[in-house]
Design a protein around this ligand. Structure first.
Ligand SMILES: [Zn+2]
Length: 388
């Protein structure tokens, strides 16, 4: 089978036990102290278990946590931009005591065993500054960090049950599965697209520009935890489905969901999103304007510039940088400031607030802004919702 690109660190990690091994680990978990995990850690656990976070084999020990924060590298020197940690509080730490293993429990069900290599104190401020570039609690990532316990437990994982999902079951693919799907389609070069927003013509244009130069497109909308005012994942997925039906060649696109939780770490998360997509088998990754940003915490192109801090072969995956796209009446097509010489008066631009207002009123934005099929999905979803 031809491989598009090797995983980060060379080997696709697989922490998921099966059969008798899984049964044994589940039984063993009954004898260990328990740590309850929430949706964010569950998303990390799933990505660790399936190899999406290769080469990580568990939650980070301090030897990796420190250089990730300070230099965007694991202790091995491999690029990694975001700490992947498991938190607990004083009580949790007391409960663990001298035990060498803990059972991770999700919604009352044990799912994994963590071999406790180390418990260490979280450097909250340094982490916030490094990852989010702010300590302002108005930032959703800083707020989440603030809620996390003071202690971090690190060590390798053995996973015997993945988080149980009820949604998008036919769209959930682990890295080994997307890699196989690419091979079956004969794709050698695949571009990944990450989004947490509804898909408008601007996104379609960027995706298709990228697809022009490679064999296939992995549409990989993030469906893990997002902040409350983001458009719900099921609505975003319906938008993609109606769009694909009418406007994309079926043999060039794979739509699958990305189980990660949103961290809103802007540039640092752009690196993370790229490296993780490499594990899914993508050779290229689209980085948009203010990728993974929130509010005005990051500069528009910070998430592009951060890639310069690595040698291209260190990351392996090739970032494709895009500016904001729009319809230009004089170009008579989609464009960006890079290729369109015209002024604002010729360009169709609508603010997010304006678009939401139109949709709430049951009004389709112009077809040059949104495909009517997508607009109808959003109108139906937003009918009767209150203004943000
Ligand atoms: Zn133009």
């Amino acid at each position: 089978m031809t491989e598009t690109i090797p995983p980060h660190g060379g080997q696709l990690v697989d922490l998921l036990l099966t059969g008798a091994e899984a049964a044994d680990a589940a039984r063993e978990s009954e004898n260990h102290p328990k740590i309850e995990i929430g949706p964010r850690e569950a998303a990390d656990l799933e990505m660790l278990a399936t190899g999406a976070m290769s080469p990580l084999t568990g939650f980070m020990v301090e030897k990796d946590y420190r250089p990730v924060i300070e230099e965007m590298r694991l202790s091995s020197g491999l690029p990694w931009s975001i700490p992947i940690t498991l938190s607990t509080d004083d009580q949790g730490l007391k409960r663990i005591g001298r035990s060498d293993s803990v059972a991770l429990v999700l919604d009352g069900r044990p799912v994994a065993l963590l071999n406790v290599e180390q418990a260490y104190r979280r450097d909250r401020e340094a982490e916030a500054e490094a990852v989010f570039q702010t300590v302002d609690r108005a930032h959703p990532g800083v707020a989440a960090l603030d809620r996390a316990g003071d202690w971090v437990i690190g060590g390798p994982l053995r996973v015997f049950a993945l988080p149980a999902h009820e949604t998008f079951l036919d769209r959930r693919m682990a890295p080994a599965q997307t890699r196989r799907a690419f091979a079956e389609r004969g794709w050698r070069r695949v571009v990944g697209f990450q989004t947490r927003n509804p898909v408008h013509r601007a996104h379609e244009y960027i995706q298709k520009c990228a697809l022009e130069t490679v064999d296939g497109l992995l549409l990989h909308p993030l469906v893990g935890e997002t902040k409350g005012d983001d458009v719900p994942a099921d609505v975003r997925m319906r938008c993609y489905e109606v769009l694909l039906e009418s406007y994309y060649p079926a043999d060039r696109v794979l739509l699958s969901v990305f189980p990660a939780a949103m961290r809103y770490a802007g540039p640092k998360e752009a690196i993370f999103h790229a490296v993780v997509r490499k594990n899914y088998g993508c050779t290229h990754f689209i980085v948009g304007r203010d990728h993974a940003g929130v509010g005005d915490f990051y500069g528009t192109f910070d998430a592009h510039r951060i890639f310069d801090r690595f040698e291209p072969d260190e990351l392996g995956i090739t970032p494709l940088f895009f500016d904001h796209a729009f319809w230009c009446h004089r170009c008579e097509g989609m464009a960006t400031t890079k290729i369109c010489p015209h002024g604002d008066e010729d360009r169709l631009t609508l603010s997010g607030t304006k678009v939401r207002e139109m949709l709430r009123n049951g009004e389709r934005p112009p077809p040059e802004f949104s495909r009517p099929e997508v607009a109808d999905v959003l109108i139906e979803a937003m009918a009767g919702t209150a203004p943000a």
